[in-house]
Design a protein around this ligand. Structure first.
Ligand code: BES
Ligand code: MN
Ligand code: ZN
Length: 514
């Protein structure tokens, strides 16, 4: 990953490939954001005009390259858009953290192939330092483990595409200030783990089997002081995990249930995170048509997010106990696969009539939710690429938040907003429950077509222990970016929900949640 430092150096003397500055949309055209004064001075204070001539407006997503002024050691200035200039009614308002994150990410990605860049963006708080750092570390991400030559040494020219930006200096950050240093440390832990989640999502499903994922979790657990327990297929049979076994039964790559336990000696609260980890979703016997299965390696994004969040919580030493549950299985059609019409006896003891084998996520989650419930945590949050219906409702960048508690749903939604993850609260309408009534079992795994994302949420609710606060994040839309990269979001696996989960753990540790 990109090496990041805070620097008090002045821009002109900096040896770097580029200096990144911010440009905002002012009332009368682009304005140069604070942090870039030295660059603007070298342009005789006319940088805003130069940028306007070059077509810049300061809009988000805009990137303008211009030669550095005479006397600068760095040859290039990269101006990135920050959106509307803050101010107006609230005179103290600074630049929004998400605007900084996006701008830094865009610049970091555009500077792939460069050795070093200096980021001279507006910093008015430790939060801004953290946001810029996160933007750089997340935006510079690229997945090239499977390209010819494999991952290139950073800074070297890759045969296939450019190597990620090797080094970033955040100018205006105070290297001796505890709050600034803390913000960088947090950004580093969160971004490194989030990028690891992206790697897992991008890994092809022939390599990332349930067993392989479990092995990766075990290695990470050892490194970060997290207890990792793996139930393999034999242990799952013994324990009666009918949901995970049913879904995994069609694949030669057998399923796993992984439990990650992070504890803090002074913790007063216990959070459980549960992730859907379908390493590949073919649909099973209810096979998906061509055009719907090419990206289905992403169906373990929930488990990847949970894994990353637990490791990040451990690295940050948060004063809260966090348990992560990864429900890992491959959904394949075969002679041993679950059929539409089969009835599964779930870990909770309930029976489920499988009407569509492509509604498999809720089956593996049901077992993991019930397993998580046995420890009676203060709250459970599950994360899953669960339904195409949620994508239809909210599009490809926003995840849905459902819960059995209105206040908790709001808290989760607000935590997501705070960290820059677009989310939206969704209801669990009671009338949709009867659509899942089965004539042979306690419940069917499918219900009414309309509101399919909410139906799935209602199904999951049945497997949450009595009295336990629970929220469900359906990340089917934002988990995998099929379009071009934007802001700090790359193509492919995005790491959606990681930052929301980490924030929830932080809020719980601080006693600000539940
Ligand atoms: N993994 C899919 C949901 C999905 C779709 C995720 C598109 C990401 C992008 C899930 O297992 C699924 O197939 N859901 C079905 C449920 C239906 C059969 C009730 C769906 O949404 O069509
Ligand atoms: Mn499916
Ligand atoms: Zn699925």
């Amino acid at each position: 990953m990109t090496a990041l430092t805070l620097s008090t150096a002045a821009a002109p003397g900096l040896r770097a490939d580029a200096i990144v500055i911010g440009v905002a949309k002012g009332a009368k055209g682009p304005v140069v954001a604070p942090g870039a004064e030295a660059v603007d001075n070298a342009y005789d204070g006319k940088l805003a005009g130069v940028l306007e001539t070059l077509g810049a407006s300061g809009a988000e997503g805009e990137l303008t390259k211009l030669p550095a002024p005479a006397g600068f050691k760095a040859p290039l200035v990269v101006a990135v858009g920050l959106g509307a200039e803050p101010g107006g009614k609230d005179e103290d308002a600074g630049y929004d953290a998400e605007a900084l994150r996006k701008a830094a990410g865009l610049a970091a990605r555009a500077l792939a192939g460069s050795r070093k860049a200096a980021f001279a963006l507006p910093i008015d708080s430790p939060g801004a330092v953290g946001a810029i750092s996160e933007g750089v570390l997340l935006g510079a991400y690229s997945f090239d483990a499977y390209k010819e030559n494999g991952r290139q040494a950073q800074g070297a020219k890759a045969k296939n595409g450019k190597a990620p930006l090797a080094e970033a200096a955040v100018l205006g950050g105070k290297p001796r200030d505890a709050a600034h240093k803390g913000a960088v440390a947090r950004a580093l832990a969160v971004s490194e783990e989030l990028n690891r989640a992206r790697d897992l999502i991008n890994m092809p499903p022939n390599d990332l089997t349930p067993a392989a994922f479990a092995g990766i979790a075990q290695t990470a657990g050892k490194e970060h002081g997290i207890k990792v327990q793996v139930l393999d297929d034999k242990a799952l049979v013994k324990g009666g995990y009918g949901g995970i076994l049913g879904v995994g039964g069609g694949s030669a790559a057998t399923p796993r249930l992984v439990k990650l336990t992070y504890t803090h000696p002074a913790a007063e609260k216990h959070l459980a995170f549960v992730g859907k980890g379908i390493t590949y979703d073919s649909g099973g016997i209810s096979l998906k048509p061509a055009g719907h299965n090419e990206t289905m390696k992403c169906d373990m994004s929930g488990a990847a997010a949970v894994f990353a969040a637990v490791v990040a919580a451990a690295r940050l030493g948060l004063e809260v106990n966090v348990t992560g549950w990864l429900a890992l299985a491959e959904n394949m059609p075969s002679g041993s696969a679950v059929r539409p019409g089969d009835v599964l006896r779930m870990y909770s003891g309930k029976t489920v009539e499988v009407l569509n084998t492509d509604a498999e996520g809720r089956l593996v989650l049901a077992d993991a939710l019930w397993a998580a419930s046995q420890e009676n945590p203060d709250a459970i949050v599950d994360v899953a690429t669960l339904t195409g219906a949620m994508m239809l409702a909210l599009g490809s960048r926003t995840f849905g938040v459902m819960a059995n508690d209105d206040a908790f749903r709001s808290a989760v939604y607000e935590a997501a907003e705070e960290v820059g993850e677009p989310a939206w609260p969704m209801p669990l309408p009671e009338h949709l429950r009867k659509g899942m009534d089965s004539s042979v079992a306690d419940i069917a795994n499918m219900g009414e077509r309309w509101g399919g994302g909410l139906v799935a949420g209602l199904f999951l609710r049945e497997f949450v222990g009595e009295g336990i606060t629970w929220a469900h994040l359906d990340i089917a839309g934002p988990a995998f970016n099929e379009g071009g990269p934007f802001g700090y979001t790359p193509k492919g696996g995005t790491g959606s929900a990681v930052r929301t989960l980490v924030r929830l753990a932080e809020l719980t540790a601080a006693g600000d949640l539940g």
